[in-house]
Design a binder for this molecule. Structure first.
Ligand code: ADP
Ligand code: MG
Length: 713
């Protein structure tokens, strides 16, 4: 958390516009027009060396000529003069600068140089910079439009939006206005040369005017800090993220679009899930969900009650809801009884409640059915379907609105209402009756069900996250760390980044992780002696810096029961490894205890953006065939480790099912946490692969370990 006050960006007392212009159609003109029209009440100082006045306001030659203090500068000048403007802003003591100009890091070599100059200058003077290459910002509630987008926003909004893509974000914003949605702050951070995503999230998290935070991002900068901030913010208010650039094709499009290093999608997803962020798939879904969460309270559960004038639509909506993890339960006999009092005899009172085609009575039928759903203790979410005739009749929308208001505001029943709307364009205007009263409408069952699913899952996630304890505090153990560092030093001195199995095991055991009992032998006699010490059956494995996948080259022999078998296996390994990899240098043969249990995998990759990302899943053939794997960012709290275990499809196999006893889940949880502590303490680990780890009723033991480290510490 930064806790830095960024108010000077959002509620500046004065703004200079560097590059303001009277020339119609120019950027300097658009910005002047925007900032004046939107009704900003602070002082505005146009900067233009060739004009006496811009838009009737006295113009200044330079930022330094402006009288009084300046909070915010909006910089519109070409990229190559921006660093100089930044110097002037610094001299003037400007607190924040929004650099709209493009031609920086997104434009290749020379642009990167200019961006570095810009950052150097802003750092020197302590000017915070939003951008460059951005659309600007809005504080709708004070009429501050320091952006390229047209329009005067309505005040009183509580949705805030951070959008990496300026044009798309602004399109989303204007589209949302059509749906009676109102915004608080909109920020297009552009190249994020200074002000980072996590700082904006932190600011909006503390901002009382921002009730719902939306983030549209191709890449998230400073992923680790973002993750830490999100853990604070997301449990307090909904944070909806649309992460685009998820596929190979779109990554290419994104790369030419923004100039930042993308992390891996699994790392993003882990960060979102672990912090409570809601991930949506596209812009439309983001708008829908922001509307639902801004307009309506959160559901207390997943049970939906539907009222419809089309049985078929009710069936489709039920399908979509149940596919989204919600339920549409049959109403109690008592509730059905009271519905029968006013529904036509042939109508279904079960849920969905079908009001049939008795359209003259629609206002009353909808109103009383919705009332029954509010009163039913078996329902958490109320979803009226308004389709064709019921959507056409504005009396129906009015009746729905009045009933919802009566129950939510007057009777204080906080069940959310999401209206599923199906009509022609002509009658869409009736949605305004509902939406202007804060009752959101969504076109078609698909969109309605998605929103309900997200809202219910988020509400549930908040409860789960409440029970979460923080990850264990880092334990500094100098002796342990010194030993590990010397092992790592040895690896590097050997010219390797590949840490061999016995080395990995030694490191892990220093973290209190149980590994197989084993010894490296350099002769057959040593191997026999080791096997006697360990006790048959044993496993033999090749130890070689040139062999990464040991069994692929015939380097693993399991289930060796006696000296005779050991001799044969020993020779077989030497022969087949050298046959497969003639130049392999064999350091020795590992004699290892034979483990029993179910095979799982624990692994990690170091993400460039988010840091250590852990994975867990069923091992053996399951890894490749089913990709039954889940991810979390290290360090893990016990809660995260438990979730990882419970999340995989193979969980019932571990927990015990169909007469099979379950494995020791406590020991497995503990192993995951300890591995995560090691990864957190040793960020030089680039990837790790513990596969298999054998888990049984009594034990969790690491039977194979492979690790890579960075070349230099
Ligand atoms: P690699 O992954 O380099 O091919 P492993 O050490 O994972 O080599 O060995 C290959 C397979 O042999 C494992 O997936 C596992 O099924 C089995 N195996 C390895 N070590 C043991 C052990 N100590 N006890 C039982 N089975 C083992
Ligand atoms: Mg293995």
């Amino acid at each position: 958390m930064t806790n830095e006050n960024l108010d000077f960006f959002f509620t500046p007392r004065s703004v200079v516009l560097v590059g303001a212009s009277n020339r119609e159609g120019s950027m300097g003109y658009v910005f002047m027009e925007n900032i004046i029209r939107a009704g900003y009440e602070g002082e505005i100082f146009p900067i233009n060396p060739n004009e006496d006045e811009v838009f009737g306001l006295k113009a200044y030659k330079d930022v330094t000529d402006v009288p009084g203090e300046v909070d915010l500068a909006v910089v519109l000048v070409p990229a190559d003069s921006a660093p100089n403007v930044m110097n002037k802003c610094g001299e003037k003591g400007v607190k924040g600068a929004v650099v709209i100009s493009s031609g920086f890091a997104e434009a290749g070599e020379s642009g990167i140089r200019l961006q570095n100059e810009l950052v150097e200058s802003s750092n020197r003077f302590g000017v915070r910079v939003l951008g460059p290459n951005c659309f600007g910002l809005y504080n709708c509630n004070i009429g501050l439009n320091a952006s390229l987008a047209l329009g005067t926003p309505e005040r009183g909004g509580s949705i805030s939006l951070v959008t990496q893509s300026g044009a798309y974000g602004m399109a989303i914003y204007t589209f949302a206005l059509d749906h009676s949605m109102k915004f608080a702050k909109i920020i297009a951070p552009g190249n994020k040369c200074d002000l980072q995503d996590y700082e904006l999230l932190d600011y909006l998290g503390r901002d009382h005017e921002s009730g719902v935070i939306c983030i549209l991002a191709e890449t998230i900068s400073k992923g680790r800090e973002f993750f830490e901030t999100a853990k604070e913010v997301a449990p307090k208010k909904p944070v909806i993220v649309l992460k685009t650039g998820r596929t190979e094709g779109s990554k290419r499009a994104a790369l030419s679009h923004t100039a930042s290093l993308a992390g891996n999608l699994e790392a993003y997803r882990a960060a979102f899930r672990q912090s409570g962020i809601i991930e949506v798939r596209n812009g439309l879904e983001m708008i829908d969900l922001a509307k639902a969460l801004d307009f309506q309270p959160l559901p207390a559960g997943k049970r939906v009650g539907i009222v419809t004038n089309s049985g078929g639509t009710g069936v489709e909506l039920t399908d979509m809801l149940e596919e989204a993890g919600l339920s549409v339960p049959e109403l109690s006999a008592q509730a059905q009884g009271s519905l029968k009092e006013f529904l036509p005899a042939y109508a279904s009172p079960k849920n969905p409640i079908d009001v049939t085609t008795l359209w003259r009575k629609f206002p009353e039928l909808y109103s009383r059915s919705i009332a029954a759903l509010f009163e039913s203790p078996d329902i958490d979410i109320v979803m009226p379907i308004l389709l064709q005739r019921s959507a056409m009749m504005k009396e129906v929308s009015e009746a729905v609105r009045d009933t919802v208001i009566r129950y939510q505001r007057e009777k204080g029943i906080r069940k959310p209402v999401y209206v599923c709307w199906v009509s022609t364009r002509d009658h869409l205007k009736n949605t305004e009756i509902l939406q202007s009263a804060g009752i959101p409408c969504f076109e078609w069952p698909e969109r309605s069900a998605r929103v309900a699913g997200h809202a219910a899952r988020y509400a549930e996630r908040l409860q789960e996250l409440k029970s979460r304890n923080p990850a264990p505090a880092r334990v500094i153990d100098k002796k342990r760390d010194a030993k590990i560092e010397s092992i790592i030093k040895g690896v590097r001195e050997d010219g390797r980044t590949y840490v061999l199995e016995p080395e990995v095991k030694e490191i892990l055991s220093l973290y209190g992780i149980r590994v197989t009992e084993e010894r490296v032998s350099t002769s057959l006699d040593e191997a026999v002696a080791a096997a006697h010490d360990i006790g048959y059956p044993v496993v033999l494995k090749v130890v070689s810096a040139d062999v990464v996948h040991k069994s692929d080259s015939g380097g693993v022999e399991v289930g060796i029961k006696d000296d005779a078998q050991l001799r044969e296996a020993y020779e077989r390994i030497e022969k087949s490894v050298l046959k497969n990899l003639p130049s392999a240098r064999i350091k020795g043969i590992l004699v290892q205890e034979m483990s029993k249990g179910k095979e799982v995998i624990i692994g990690s990759v170091k993400d460039p953006c988010f840091g250590q990302l852990m994975l867990f899943g069923m091992g053996g053939i399951f890894v490749e065939a089913f990709r039954d794997i889940t991810y979390r960012l290290a360090p893990l709290a016990a809660f995260d480790a438990r979730e990882m275990i419970e999340e995989i499809k193979g969980y019932p196999v571990l927990a015990g099912s169909r007469g099979q006893r379950g494995v020791d889940l406590e020991a497995l949880t503990d192993t995951l946490i300890k591995v995560s502590s090691f990864l957190t303490d040793f960020p030089e680990v680039t990837t790790m692969d513990l596969n298999p780890v054998f888990v049984s009723e009594t034990d969790t033991v690491v039977a194979d370990g492979r690790m890579f480290i960075e070349e230099r510490a």
